[in-house]
Ligand binder design. Structure first.
Ligand code: NAD
Ligand code: WQD
Length: 341
């Protein structure tokens, strides 16, 4: 099978491409490199001994998409390409809707023209909003997105539903990721954020490696066990395995029509302070921190009910917190500046 991976040079994309290759899939990557380095793809090729067909291009470029699909007989598309910084999305909402929503519409339109009907979408726990009770389950109504980024995911899930209703051949999976962290166990590929990291783990890792002075813990007065926010952190390689499971599921269940959503998480919530402690243990480095005010928009605690993915996809997260921390540290200490610029 040949898979098109949009955004395949990015953090989750590169780990998924690696696993697709080791599972015998052929992979074509389309990435405009706006938030990635081609070095991730080179390293994936080196680690697997396999070749990736890489095309530098934008999902909004329908001409480029059409020639890509004409050149490669694509069986399924895994769609990672998106802008993903929650805070930034409130500052430049139009760019987020343009890139994420319009970009996805372009991709779906070209796929429809060429009768390519298998689609796996990078959705997010953020689609549950703040209204639903935890743990989140797929049967819950989607919430009120708290950012343009979140809204772009909710909108695309709706588009996929409408498209599947209009075309019974179109079959899609929405994978709702919780908080992906960690890196491939080789320490050769990992998360390489541009500028100041928005997410917790990259920040912690950069403090540990001496690139930043101290972490700010956003709030310790939440109604959680230790007062800091709790999240469902999962290893990026477990997440990558979830994508392989989804491709196989679409392939096997040929009678399935429509869109199916799956939570990909561990089902466990871990606090910010527990993350710091676990990281210090795994890395044997100190992570100095100060308690800072709450970050606007943060929810106290959320985690997944991941039973549906287990039952239907046969998927479960198997890597524990120690491994998430050890692998993050291996990547960060081997590549203190990320990929060579
Ligand atoms: P990332 O930024 O590392 O990867 C996204 C990739 O898409 C980058 O390589 C970027 O260059 C590329 N890209 C962006 N816009 C493009 C366009 N118009 N055309 C072509 N390429 C484009 O982010 P990631 O963390 O790997 O996230 C991948 C997907 O998973 C995103 O859709 C994101 O919203 C979603 N997601 C991420 C998280 C997370 O915490 N990392 C959680 C939930 C969902
Ligand atoms: C985790 C916890 C922070 C940084 C976001 C998106 C979500 C998904 C994953 C894409 C929170 C705290 C963080 C720091 C801190 N992405 N924190 N100091 O906010 O759960 O989820 O990324 O879909 O949609 O909203 O992840 O890593 O930013 O934060 O104390 O410097 O760490 O307050 O409690 P979040 P995160």
């Amino acid at each position: 099978m040949k898979i098109l991976v949009t955004g395949g040079a990015g953090y989750i994309g590169s780990h998924t491409v690696l696993l697709l290759l080791t599972n015998g899939f052929e992979v074509v990557v389309l990435d405009n490199l706006m938030n990635a380095s081609i070095e991730s793809i080179r390293r994936v090729e080196h680690l697997t001994g396999k070749k990736v067909s890489f095309i530098k291009g934008d999902i909004q470029d329908k001409t480029a998409l059409t020639s890509l699909f004409n050149e490669h007989a694509i069986d399924a598309v895994i769609h990672f390409a998106a802008l993903k910084a929650v805070g930034e999305s409130s500052t430049i909402p139009l760019e987020y809707y343009q890139n994420n929503v319009h970009g996805t519409l372009c991709l779906l339109e070209v796929m429809a023209n060429l009768n390519i009907n298998h689609f796996i979408f990078s959705s997010s726990a953020t689609v549950y909003g703040g209204e639903n009770a935890v743990p989140y389950e797929e049967s819950m109504p989607l919430g009120e997105a708290s950012s343009p980024y979140g809204a772009s995911k909710v909108m695309i899930e709706r588009v996929l539903k409408d498209l599947a209703q209009s075309n019974l051949d179109f079959r899609a999976v929405c994978l709702r990721y919780f908080n992906p962290i960690g890196a491939h166990e080789s320490g050769q590929i990992g998360e390489d954020p541009k500028g100041i990291p928005n997410n917790l783990l990259p920040y912690v890792a950069q403090v540990a490696v001496g690139k930043r002075e101290r972490l700010q813990v956003f709030g310790d007065d939440y109604s959680t066990q230790d007062g800091t926010c709790e999240r469902d952190y999962l290893h990026v390689m477990d997440l990558a395995e979830g994508h392989v499971a989804a491709v196989n599921w679409l392939q096997k269940n040929s009678e399935f029509t429509g869109v199916e959503a799956f939570n990909l998480g561990t089902g466990k919530a871990v606090s910010v302070l527990s993350i710091i402690k676990a990281f210090e243990q795994a890395s044997q480095q100190k992570v100095p921190y100060t308690i800072a005010p709450r970050r606007h928009g943060d929810l106290p605690a959320f985690w997944a009910n991941a039973e549906k993915a287990n039952k239907q996809l046969g998927w479960r997260a198997t890597r524990d917190l120690t491994q998430m921390m050890t692998d993050t540290w291996r990547w960060q200490s081997n590549n203190p500046e990320g990929y060579p610029k």
